[in-house]
Write a protein of this length. Structure first.
Length: 449
């Protein structure tokens, strides 16, 4: 007969929760002793035995047994082997249902803290680039068509803002994860006078769960984590797309360090931006992790169902994917070299200044819609004649409006950027202030979550 026992085994992946599981068990034993439910001697034996098990796991000598299915039963079985009968008292007033819930919440909180630190590292890399190239003007795009000149620093700080929102989402997720479910039992609570507030304090939770049925079956915090990770990966994917485009011969805006490009098996000249491409591609797998978790949850009745065993692999995958992506970008961005001459030249080419010329006419009293129409005609004329607006004779300007004067040639990419001197704009003074504010945010966050 076929052995289907492996179908229910989770030890291959849930073993990474061992630190949280052991911490939860030590706190639980301490609470049981405090409440007089077990003796202080038994609690001390349990704590000592669990410390030894933790050391075995970390040095690789722990005897994992797939027949015991999961992390919890492996640790409990080993505890029986090492300390004897006292181990049987540990599971008093708890269930695997609230045990795994507390483990996963502890792990999620720790993961969020680490990810936020990684995001801060990426933000520091972005502010470093913004500071290094603070006065460089580049083409800004809409529809992937050259639109208006912007400062390169302004472009980098746009991603700073995206990641700042990601940090906010992870903070929100952390707040809702920071709920202690232990003491909920299998679903109805426990028939012992436990001290759940004590447990929360011991394990670093700010509050306890309000409903035992909800506590053992709630995985909203996992969904929120995966949603926040998906949005964050989307931001990295957008940045990756620009790095891929900008490093191409057609754009020629940047050069990535050799460590973050690869060659071709047959074309020796190639410098493929593989790391950026992989980040773009890995975004899809994190989206898949989110959709998988939502699908697991969508039909579950209260309370715990074995389906919830499927909450971990996708979670771990998303966390690992985002973590490595953060590591890559923290290392890759500081080595980015901007082709200043190329981007500055393009910022003033073609018809990038058409809006500024329309504004020039408005400043002389013409309604904007009329000025817009005139510049549309001039742009078409330039397209047909394959000539830039800066090379158009003043006589051609005056054919469409007598308001044009020779000072129209004083409009440049730099003056265009400087004219956007309003909050959130790309004027050098505004960008310098935004960069200073970004650095203040990073300084304030340097010592804490």
């Amino acid at each position: 007969m076929t052995d289907f026992s492996r179908y229910t085994v989770s030890i291959d992946y849930d073993r990474r929760l061992y630190q949280q599981d052991i911490a939860g068990s030590v706190a639980h034993a301490k609470m049981l002793a405090k409440q007089g439910i077990i003796s202080q001697e038994d609690a001390a034996q349990i704590a000592q035995g669990l410390a030894g098990i933790k050391q075995e796991i970390e040095d690789g000598s722990f005897p994992w047994d797939p027949a015991l299915e999961d992390l919890h039963m492996n640790i409990e079985s080993r505890l029986h082997q090492t300390i004897g009968a006292a181990a049987g008292r540990l599971h008093t007033a708890r269930s695997r249902n609230d045990q795994v819930a507390v483990d996963l919440r502890l792990y999620t909180k720790e993961t969020i803290v680490a990810l936020v630190r990684g995001l801060r590292g990426v933000q520091r890399a972005l502010t470093g680039l913004a500071e290094q190239y603070h006065d460089v003007v580049m083409p800004g795009y809409t529809h992937l068509q050259r639109a208006q000149p912007v400062l390169f620093a302004h472009h980098m700080l746009a991603y700073f803002e995206m990641f700042q929102r990601d940090i906010g989402r992870f903070h929100d997720c952390h707040q809702r994860t920071d709920v202690m479910p232990l003491g909920s039992g299998a679903l109805a609570g426990v028939a012992y006078q436990t001290d759940r507030e004590f447990l929360a304090k011991e394990l670093g939770f700010s509050r306890i769960s309000a409903n035992s049925m909800d506590a053992v079956s709630d995985r909203d915090f996992v969904v929120e984590f995966l949603a926040a990770a998906s949005v964050c990966m989307m931001h990295f994917s957008r940045m990756s797309e620009e790095l891929v485009l900008w490093s191409s011969g057609e754009f020629g805006f940047i050069r990535l360090a050799d460590d973050f490009t690869t060659g071709s098996s047959i074309m020796p000249q190639k410098r493929n931006p593989d790391f950026a491409e992989l980040a773009r591609g890995k975004t899809g797998r994190v989206y898949g992790d989110l959709m998988g978790m939502l699908t697991v949850l969508k039909g579950l009745p209260l309370t715990y169902n074995r389906d919830l065993q499927e909450d971990k692999e996708g979670f771990f995958d998303a966390a690992d994917t985002l973590t490595t992506t953060l590591d890559v970008f923290q290392a890759m961005l500081p080595g980015l070299k901007l082709n200043e001459e190329r981007v500055s030249g393009l910022a003033g080419e073609s018809q990038m200044l058409a809006t500024d010329l329309a504004d020039y006419l408005v400043a002389k009293g013409m309604p904007f819609r009329e000025a817009h129409g005139i510049m549309r005609q001039l742009s078409r004329h330039c397209d047909e004649g394959n000539i830039g607006l800066n090379d158009l004779p003043i006589g051609e300007y005056k054919k469409l409006s007598r308001l044009f004067e020779p000072d129209v040639y004083d409009i440049t990419a730099i003056s265009s950027a400087a004219a956007r001197d309003n909050p959130g704009g790309t004027a050098p003074g505004r960008v310098a202030a935004a960069l200073a504010e970004a650095k203040e945010i990073l300084e304030a966050a340097a010592d804490g979550f």
